[in-house]
Design a binder for this molecule. Structure first.
Ligand SMILES: CC(C)(COP(=O)(O)OP(=O)(O)OC[C@H]1O[C@@H](n2cnc3c(N)ncnc32)[C@H](O)[C@@H]1OP(=O)(O)O)[C@@H](O)C(=O)NCCC(=O)NCCS
Length: 375
């Protein structure tokens, strides 16, 4: 059998027209455009159009997409099911359950027809955003917040979470984090979604698999672990102590390292670092000097381990500065990534070949079953 690469490291497992991580040039390409440029200048509906329609939308299409996402309603029973779950259940598990339940309200839930999937993707992105925005409200027994068509998608999304008026700068920072998380080639969750889609299973099953994958701390769960670490550390000196102790115990420091970037800074992290600095400058730092804290951690990890921040390291303090509850950090990653995931599922269904790899057997052979009398 062919060579085996643990974790499929560096193995090409799909061909795609969606995105490419050009590590050498510190660039992420999404359908020909630079993701960094999109983070700087585009709105989230542009990126949804680019991923789902396969081209940047014109002004009219952008408006249509935005309205479709905002007006997508979440069926009442989905919130009722969420309300019945234990609030102690992890928010990603509640999200996974809601996504499964959502299938029951889509008469075409089981289709694997890429044209139909493309048509319903914007609505699904809107429904996922509204479910995520309401996860904490419903768990606390509060009524779900609905989106309004006179606010942008990003403003609706942020306001629904924090339930207060927000500044244009806060909305923009939130939207930039959405775009930064929107698509990133073939991470574990996207691969999981494509593997499920390759059986000609549907959007709901494939997305549910992606939620399960993204929950893990080695993947999307890292953003929550980052803020927990920063809050525990409180000061730059405290963070240095904490990181040194963890490294001495051979623990991983969340928010650092990346299977593809490993010894370089994730270019999205660099951009979110700038977003954080601007946000903190405008809002004040409060008790926690997030910028100084993150900077110290970054410097220490560079000198001690030659490891660099990934997106989660800087998205987490941005979310914190916006006042977003920690339990929503990983669900937000999923909501933003739903556009990229849907694009990959649709692409898989267009050019499908069932994923069915082989395993190298390391167990014994030649054992025999002995018939024993039962006493
Ligand atoms: C993302 C991640 C899973 C990639 O891991 P990977 O490709 O499997 O890399 P490896 O486990 O082979 O790591 C290579 C070396 O770097 C070390 N390393 C990698 N990430 C590390 C981290 N965050 N903290 C401390 N050491 C780390 C490993 O211990 C290993 O060291 P060794 O060769 O001395 O054993 C890993 O960097 C990690 O666990 N990061 C923290 C979680 C995180 O932020 N995830 C979000 C990713 S976007």
């Amino acid at each position: 059998m062919e060579a085996y690469k643990p974790g499929l490291e560096d193995v090409i497992a799909a061909e795609t027209q969606i995105s490419y991580l050009d590590v050498e040039h510190e660039e992420i390409i999404v359908r020909g455009y630079s993701l960094l440029e999109l983070i700087r200048s585009a709105c989230y509906a542009d990126v949804v159009g680019l991923l789902i329609d396969e081209r940047l939308p014109d002004a009219q299409r952008r408006h249509e997409l935005e309205q479709e996402m905002i007006r997508a309603s979440v069926p009442e029973p989905v919130y009722k099911i969420l309300a019945m779950l234990s609030p102690a259940m992890h928010a990603m598990d509640r999200l996974r359950t809601a996504l499964s339940a959502l299938a029951g309200f889509d008469p075409e839930a089981s289709t694997a027809d890429p044209e139909r999937e493309q048509a319903k993707a914007p609505r699904l992105i809107g429904q996922i955003a509204q479910i995520v925005a309401n996860l904490a409200h419903v768990a606390a027994g509060r009524a779900p917040v609905t989106f309004r068509s006179d606010w942008s998608f990003a403003e609706n999304f942020l306001r629904a979470i924090v339930t207060r008026a927000v500044t244009p700068q806060e909305v923009r920072a939130f939207e930039q984090a959405l775009i930064a998380y929107s698509e990133h080639e073939l991470p574990n969750s996207t691969f999981a979604a494509r593997v499920v889609a390759s059986t000609l299973s549907d959007l709901y099953g494939s997305l549910t698999a992606a939620v399960a994958s993204l929950k893990g701390p080695l993947h999307g769960g890292a953003n929550e672990a980052v803020i927990a670490m920063l809050l525990e550390a409180k000061t730059p000196d405290g963070l240095e102590r904490l990181i040194r102790e963890r490294l001495a115990r051979k623990e991983r420091i969340m928010g650092f390292g990346h299977r593809v970037y490993m010894r370089r800074m994730d270019p999205r992290a660099q951009l979110l670092k700038e977003v954080l600095a601007d946000l903190v400058k405008a809002k004040g730092t409060g008790e926690l000097d997030l910028v100084a804290l993150c900077e110290r951690g970054e410097q220490l990890m560079r000198t001690e381990k030659n490891l660099y921040p990934n997106l989660d390291y800087y998205a987490a303090p941005v979310y914190y500065a916006l006042g977003i509850p920690t339990e929503l950090y990983t669900p937000l990653f999923f909501a933003a990534r739903s556009a990229g995931l849907l694009a990959h599922i649709i692409e898989q269904h267009r050019e499908n070949r069932l994923y069915r790899p082989r395993a190298r057997y390391l167990g014994p052979r030649g054992l025999h079953y002995e018939i024993r009398s039962h006493t």
